[in-house]
Design a protein around this ligand. Structure first.
Ligand SMILES: [Cu+2]
Length: 110
């Protein structure tokens, strides 16, 4: 069992900033909250990955679904015409390598 007193310095910072953000945003209107979430989302890394092998909207869907199942992936837009996949992700949770690996496992070539 983990002892809550053994929380790391880094963990403590994360918890503290989470708690302070809760008290900061708990009394805000939905519109302001939405703007906050939008701002947080904009902090995400956006990457465009070249992908070979997609030939129709079904391929796009397959790639999008596979990537959306990964932790840290916030948004995916696949385009078979442009031969690319645009991914918005938190690089602390998921790597580009993991994204490419998942695309390859789905049957395409990243
Ligand atoms: Cu297809």
């Amino acid at each position: 069992m983990s002892n809550p007193n053994n929380i790391s310095e880094q963990g403590r910072e994360v918890v503290n900033s989470f708690i302070s953000s809760l008290s900061l945003y708990s009394d805000l209107s939905p519109k302001t909250l939405k703007e906050y979430i939008q701002k947080e989302e904009n902090k995400m890394e956006k990457q465009i990955i070249a992908v070979e092998g997609m030939s129709c909207p079904h391929c796009e869907m397959a790639v999008q679904q596979a990537l959306m199942n990964l932790d840290g992936v916030k948004k995916v837009k696949a385009s078979w015409k442009k031969k690319q996949v645009t991914v918005k992700m938190d690089l602390e949770l998921v790597s580009i390598d993991k994204i490419k690996e998942t695309i390859n496992e789905t049957g395409f070539q990243a």
